[in-house]
Design a protein around this ligand. Structure first.
Ligand code: C2E
Ligand code: SIN
Ligand code: SIN
Ligand code: FE
Ligand code: FE
Length: 382
């Protein structure tokens, strides 16, 4: 070996973190590295906290036993005194024997214990001093964590925390940039903020219901929730004379209207480019929703005329959320329909244009739909 080559003999053990991969893949990779030294750490998990709703929800995880996941739940933080304690102390918590939580009533504790985990080290995560969630290190063994081991695990914990913070900041920038683009146009006048919220919640409801059969991760569900309201951002490129026309569009007008999905994808691409956000995991979810939310299962949609599985699942989900909200909302060209009438049309369309699984997922929860509509009511004077 020449001396020159020797300078580069060492391979950075964490080099993979340079790659443009989703957070979940980075977490799995770090987990592999941790397992080399600490084979008893069977699971890493991140739960994020939403201050507005006091909800703690699973975000992403890595488990050495893939048949043993704990995914897709959210629960109020106020219902978890043991987790609240961690925030009050502003310190990590070490539980060497989860039996002491046998009386625990919190969803998270219950699920952890049910999967046979015996011990856990839980770090609170902070962004600019504000609490944003928890990082869990879980083990199937009792008493595996010594002070010397914890000192090393703390470093991994902070590395993971920085990755999470970086990802959340990038998502926030992206959503803010797209919202700013929208609010600078008349588009806001025709589709209200409430419509945006409802669409997001319908899409999440559907995504959660499909998660198991379609292998949709919590992280992907969250991205579908965040990005589906932006599906029509391309409408900012459609003239008011068409967008706000009180009556039916003629063929030429509708041809122009049909350019909004591609316009939307281009707007998103230019924002990703301007803010250097291509490295963000799952940006494809956002691009696909904008571009493909008017594709139809039978190939009769636009812009590409894709069929069935060729249409990304996130776009099929958004399509159902979009159509349902368009039907049940006031538009320049129509009065709002009742939920029952909208359900009937969705059922009918699920044989041709809409994905049947997505429609069934939504229709399974008429009560949740009502709750979303109550919570995000259109201001009739607007
Ligand atoms: P949008 O208002 O967000 O509607 C989204 C989708 O919901 C529509 O996609 C359509 O699939 C469904 N939808 C909405 N209202 C109705 C309805 O009354 N009956 C039925 N069967 N389906 C409905 P589509 O058709 O590709 O339209 C895309 C966009 O074009 C609409 O977005 C809206 O902005 C505009 N548009 C569609 N039809 C008209 C119209 O007759 N007049 C005007 N001014 N705009 C229209
Ligand atoms: C808890 O919910 O209080 C503990 C479970 C864990 O640390 O993973
Ligand atoms: C959902 O699960 O996302 C719908 C319920 C809600 O958040 O209102
Ligand atoms: Fe659209
Ligand atoms: Fe729409």
């Amino acid at each position: 070996m020449s001396q020159k080559e020797d300078l580069f003999a060492h391979q950075d053990t964490l080099a993979q973190l340079h790659e443009d991969i989703p957070l979940s893949d980075k977490l799995s990779f770090i987990h592999q590295i941790i397992l080399q030294d600490f084979p008893f750490i069977n699971r890493l998990a991140i739960a994020l906290f939403d201050e507005k709703t006091d909800m703690l929800k699973t975000y992403t995880h890595s488990t050495d036993d893939p048949d043993n996941p704990i995914t897709t739940y959210e629960a109020a933080l106020s219902s978890a005194p043991s987790l609240r304690d961690i925030i009050d102390h502003r310190r990590p918590r070490l539980v060497q024997d989860l039996d002491i939580f046998a009386q625990g009533t919190h969803e998270h504790t219950r699920r952890i214990a049910a999967k046979g985990y015996k011990s856990s080290y839980t770090m609170p995560l902070y962004q600019s001093g504000a609490f944003i969630g928890f990082l869990f290190f879980n083990s199937l063994q009792e008493h595996p964590f010594s002070p010397a081991i914890l000192r090393q695990i703390d470093i991994y914990g902070h590395l993971i925390a920085l990755m999470v913070i970086n990802e959340l900041a990038a998502i926030r920038t992206l959503v803010a940039a797209v919202q700013a683009t929208r609010s600078m146009t008349h588009y806001r006048d025709i589709e209200t903020g409430k419509h945006i919220d409802r669409t997001a919640h319908y899409a999440r409801l559907i995504a959660r219901e499909l998660a198991k059969n379609y292998s949709i991760s919590d992280e992907q569900i969250e991205h579908i929730f965040l990005f589906s309201p932006l599906h029509d951002v391309g409408k900012i490129g459609i003239p008011d004379s068409i967008l706000r026309k009180p009556g039916k569009l003629d063929d030429d007008e509708f041809d122009i209207m049909k350019t909004h999905p591609e316009k939307g994808r281009k707007i998103i691409d230019s924002i990703l480019e301007d803010f250097s956000l291509y490295g963000l995991g799952h940006v494809s979810i956002m691009r696909n929703i904008a571009e493909y939310h008017h594709e139809a299962m039978d190939g009769s949609g636009y812009p590409k005329g894709l069929k069935g599985d060729e249409i990304p699942i996130e776009a099929r989900i958004s399509a159902v959320a979009d159509v349902f909200d368009a039907l049940t909302s006031r538009r320049a060209y129509k009065i709002p329909w009742s939920n029952e009438k909208a359900f009937a049309l969705l059922k009918q369309l699920s044989n041709t244009k809409l994905d049947r699984d997505c429609v069934n997922a939504l229709l399974r929860y008429p009560d949740k739909i009502l709750a979303i509509q109550q919570r995000f009511k259109d201001d009739e004077s607007a």
